[in-house]
Design a protein around this ligand. Structure first.
Ligand code: ADP
Length: 401
């Protein structure tokens, strides 16, 4: 029997998320999370899916090397160790692939060097991703390792969407352009939406709204991304849990010159203390809705600003695409918050958009339509699955080797 397992690793600066999948049926064998790496209070939470067994271990985990060894030990306890001949490859989520990486890529020294070269445009993410890759390589040097880039799906954007209207030479010198993120999710969800409509991805135009703690929209024409709301960094676009999204860039000059804030302080303000949390103190949509229902004015305004921005992007991407077959809601908020979906398309009947109240209230894990049967543009809820997409892309690539 040939190797059919893929380990998916998502290495952050202080955490590693992982899933082990069997690609014969795309099933999960195990999954888990190592948190607070480098602290005394690190934690590993591991689930062996087959036995429905979750184990937790608390204690110091010094670095990514120790984290991955701990993951390897947990997997070995379940008979799923990384030394198994059934492991076909390791798929790594890599946040920034710049203009270079348009596809998932088997990692070699040249690829590592390029990911490293992109650190200036992804200073928080790429170093952590690199550490994860190097650690995994040390553990299984013989195994193919594949990088799946968050930006890759967006590399099909035309220059008219990818460029900022700033001096071309300055932009090129510093690689300033719109790259977009959440690409793995946008790719997966746009394809799953086409399937839900019973059509090939090439035959549909979809607006994907990935609404999690981070949030982004994309316009997908015939399976190819033509615009997305995140830009050079994930700060641009929609209102998010803690990020401002779109803003006059002069706000930054103003805060520096008049407010006396440093660049780092403004960076923290816009990335960590803005968005929903900045507007009302909460970034969890469940809590915000609860407060709105109790008549909380601050939460209501935060919700309204969130919806206003979302609606602007629906309108903009409708215009970019010309014709739209479906709008797909995904990620934590998109999949669960019926109130957000209803409010986002309210009043857009002339665009052929509507939500059926009964269908919208149904909860579930499967892709589903929530628009009335005769709707011109379908509205869908399509749960995202970035790990499955990374595993699928990894396996497809390694299978060809
Ligand atoms: P991340 O961007 O961290 O991957 P997720 O896609 O998991 O985020 O989304 C997390 C967010 O989803 C939470 O912050 C919360 O706002 C929202 N969310 C999760 N469950 C619900 C729910 N049942 N109703 C409304 N919002 C929810």
């Amino acid at each position: 029997m040939s190797a059919s397992r893929v380990l998916v690793l998502n290495s952050g600066s202080s955490s590693v998320k992982y899933q082990l999948l069997d690609m014969r049926d795309s099933s999960r064998l195990a999954m888990g999370l190592v948190e607070r790496i480098g602290e005394q209070s690190s934690r590993i939470r591991h689930t062996h899916v087959g036995n429905d067994d979750t184990r937790e271990w608390n204690g110091p985990i010094a670095d990514h090397d120790a984290a991955l060894k701990a993951v390897s030990e947990e997997l070995a306890k379940d008979g799923l160790g990384l030394d198994s001949p059934e492991l076909a490859a390791i798929g790594h989520r890599v946040v920034h692939g710049g203009k270079t990486f348009t596809q998932p890529t088997v990692i070699d020294e040249t690829v590592l060097a390029e990911i490293e070269r992109l650190i200036p445009v992804a200073p928080l993410h790429n170093p952590a991703n690199l550490t994860g890759i190097r650690t995994a390589q040390a553990l299984r040097p013989d195994l193919p390792q594949v990088a799946v880039f968050d930006t890759a799906f967006h590399t099909t954007m035309p220059e008219s969407a990818a460029r900022y209207a700033i001096d071309v030479r300055t932009a090129d010198e510093h690689r300033v352009r719109r790259y977009g993120f959440h690409g793995t999710s946008h790719a997966y969800v746009s394809r799953a939406t086409a399937k839900l409509l019973g059509k090939a991805p090439e035959d549909v135009n979809v607006i994907v709204l990935h609404l999690g703690n981070g949030a982004s929209a994309s316009a997908v024409r015939g399976g190819r991304c033509v615009d997305t709301s995140m830009g050079l960094t994930p700060l641009e676009g929609l209102v998010m849990g803690t990020r401002s999204g779109d803003m006059d860039p002069a706000v930054i000059f103003h805060l520096a010159r008049v407010g006396g804030m440093s660049i780092d302080e403004i960076d923290t303000l816009l990335n960590k203390k803005s968005g929903l949390v900045g507007l009302c103190g909460d970034n969890d949509m469940r809590e915000i809705r609860r407060r709105v229902d109790e008549g909380d004015e601050e939460a209501k305004l935060a919700f309204d600003i969130y919806i206003h921005r979302l609606k602007k992007y629906i309108g903009a991407y409708y215009a970019v695409l010309g014709t739209v077959d479906a709008i797909a809601f995904t990620a934590g908020v998109g999949e669960n918050a019926a109130a957000v979906r209803e409010a986002a398309v309210a009043g857009l009947e002339t665009l052929g958009l509507a939500v059926d109240g009964t269908l919208n209230a149904v909860r579930g894990d499967e892709p589903r339509l929530i628009s009335p049967a005769d709707a011109r543009v379908k509205v869908a809820v399509v749960p995202t699955d970035e790990e499955l997409e990374i595993a699928t892309q990894t396996y497809a690539l390694v299978g060809r080797y």
